[in-house]
Write a protein that binds this ligand. Structure first.
Ligand SMILES: Cc1cc2nc3c(=O)[nH]c(=O)nc-3n(C[C@H](O)[C@H](O)[C@H](O)COP(=O)(O)O)c2cc1C
Length: 216
């Protein structure tokens, strides 16, 4: 990488901040939105199992209903887009079978050649289930997708606010997720900062490199 590429990436990462007030009149273009969705779809996940769903909440009435279930945060209704990231509550052998079929068709390998890999995944998932840890595992995957979304948005100069200040139980109800096998974990508002968002000028608060970057 050239020094200017490094400087550009660092500049993008410093430019982003958790936007509190979006300009409701500014909308993300179709092209940028496509790329942002791809950053979610292409996110890495453990074994590649992709135990998630991403809900693009387009309907204004639904966003109005979500707001009081989100500490009344204005980003829910003011941002151009709102994505809710849901994780699969139980990841089972049938998810592994589906995934193996996909690998088989995408890569043109017979499923019989994937049996050892499948058994390894099933063993891993059985172990998680026995510890009641499956949903916590899929939630971690969901947060990785959130990270990809935030970084991609920064590169596109799209503002974001990750949102954990939401009531997942109400979200599941409002978004009809209760029978889906997925549950709400986190949301992200995306769009363009309002000219009067005071938070845009706050200096970043991060621990010094020497505190957080260790070597071994
Ligand atoms: C998972 C997650 C959830 C967050 N939830 C909220 C939220 O509900 N509302 C909000 O205004 N900011 C929220 N934030 C933003 C953080 O407060 C913010 O990222 C942090 O203070 C660092 O500031 P910066 O992102 O502006 O650099 C969240 C951040 C993360 C990563």
């Amino acid at each position: 990488m050239t020094a200017s590429t490094n400087a550009t990436i660092e500049q993008q990462l410093s430019w982003r901040y958790a936007t509190k007030r979006f300009d409701p009149s500014k909308k993300i273009s179709k092209e940028d939105w496509h790329t942002l969705e791809e950053s979610l779809r292409l996110a890495p996940s453990s074994f590649g199992l992709q135990p998630w769903r991403f809900i693009n909440v387009k309907t204004p009435d639904i966003r109005e209903k979500l707001r009081p279930n989100s500490w009344n945060q204005p980003q829910i209704v003011e941002a151009s887009h709102l994505v809710v990231i849901a994780a699969k509550k139980e990841v089972t052998h049938s998810d592994v079978e589906n995934y193996l079929s996909l690998i088989s068709s995408v890569r043109g390998v017979p499923t019989s050649a994937l049996q050892d890999y499948g058994n390894m995944m099933k063993g891993f998932l059985d172990n998680l289930a026995s510890q009641g840890a499956c949903e916590a595992w899929s939630t971690r995957q969901a947060y990785l997708a959130l990270g990809m979304l935030l970084s991609t948005a920064a590169a596109l100069k799209v503002d974001t606010c990750p949102l954990e200040g939401i009531n997942p139980v109400s979200y599941d109800e409002i978004l009809n997720l209760n029978q889906s096998g997925y549950s709400t974990k986190v949301a992200c508002a995306l769009g363009y900062r309002s000219a009067d968002d005071a938070a845009a000028s706050y200096t970043k608060v991060r621990y010094p490199r020497a505190d957080v970057m260790l070597e071994a």
